[in-house]
Design a protein around this ligand. Sequence first.
Ligand code: SF4
Length: 266
Amino acid sequence: MKLLSERKSPLNRVFVYQLEDGYRVESVFYRGDTLCVSTQVGCAVGCPFCLSGKDGLLRNLSSREIYLQYALLKDALPIRRIAIAGIGEPLMNIRNVVEAFWMFKKEGLKVSFYTSGHPVRHLPYVLTLPHSGLTVSLHAVRDEVRRRLLPHAGSLSELLKALRDSLSSVSKKKRKKVSLGYLLLKGVNDSEEDLTELARLAKSLDVSVTLLYYNNTVSAFEETGQEEYERAFLLLRSMGVRVTLSTRFRKDPLGGCGTLVVNRTL
Ligand code: SF4
């Protein structure tokens, strides 16, 4: 595996790697200290707001291939954190992802996960790992909307049941690091009714909510405006939910949410 190229924007740096069998995957360095790494060549979940899964899943990355995305850059960049949030669904490649997780931990790195939560049977185990954050991409509180946004991520009710069951045995301190990711899409999931239900779920699970910006360079959804985004934030806060706001890195056309692709043409 080798590093092929780098592209820079004022916010992000995107790296393309060539794998032994010729496939190309990507990582992003952002926030001045974090490397977002890929876990699969493609993704089977197929979210319509993300380019990573547009050709489905081609294969899993090995633990070494996940680790090497960091190792090939570590002498050149001040990487302190790893976000397992690039191309692929980490729970669908659980064995290699967990092996890579421990390789990163050995290097003294903080590691966070971003997952659709599918397959749900792996959630309890990932929750017990010494991670520095686990964001479960909920994006919808109604099953039909979630199926549209995460077409192959299983059922919402199964996910919520798995979260309820596994979080009950997780310490309060650990639960503080768990968050429901919610990508606000205008007219799709941002009604007051939906946000009220989101608040109710977050409170009943005793986890926070991460409100995510939609990256409008990726697909044709309508973006929730800044005013509505702030309204959503205040509504959740007024209901006693801990809320984190998305960073501007995620909206960047280069390296932002949903922009990483397999086999980029160089
Ligand atoms: S957002 Fe994540 S789960 Fe959805 S297609 Fe992209 S990589 Fe896969």
